[in-house]
Design a protein around this ligand. Structure first.
Ligand SMILES: [Zn+2]
Length: 146
């Protein structure tokens, strides 16, 4: 299924693991381009900073290089604070522990509330490769780091 391009104003990345950024870009010929070129891609400042500090080979091995770098190249990323207010009734909430800069999305409308949790909790059922990848890529989850 092909996403409808041009219809999104914001794309929010709760964090930059590959299973949360895969549709950020699409292959066009021999390169990747933003899936929604007119949208702003919101990434928290700590998450983006941590991603940029990873060595390119490590980023490529986790499959996020082609899902994040083309956005930076196109200038469509906004690095936002952990408590960013997106619009009336929609704001970010810091949910540390899974990755540096991980956020949930708090939504409130017409007396109803919802929380999009991203990967708020990390469970062994996520798989041994994820557990290993997380400890390698996320300084906050390494033993001895805070
Ligand atoms: Zn994750």
């Amino acid at each position: 299924m092909r996403p409808v391009q041009g219809s999104r104003r914001y794309v929010l990345c709760t964090h930059l693991h590959v299973d949360h950024v895969g549709w950020n870009t699409m292959r066009v010929g021999d390169r990747f381009e933003p899936t929604f070129p007119r949208a702003r891609y919101l990434v928290t400042e700590p998450a983006l900073s941590a991603w940029k500090k990873q060595v390119p080979a490590e980023v490529a091995a986790h499959g996020t290089l082609e899902a994040v770098q083309p956005l930076l190249d196109a200038g469509v990323v906004d690095a936002v604070p952990l408590d960013h207010h997106i619009t009336d009734g929609v704001r970010l909430e810091s949910t540390p522990g899974h990755t540096r800069g991980h956020v949930a999305v708090y939504i409130e409308s017409q007396g109803q509330r919802a929380l999009i949790t991203g990967d708020l909790s990390h469970h062994p059922a996520s798989g041994p490769s994820w557990a290993g990848a997380s400890s390698r890529t996320c300084p906050t989850t390494r033993p001895g780091h805070s």
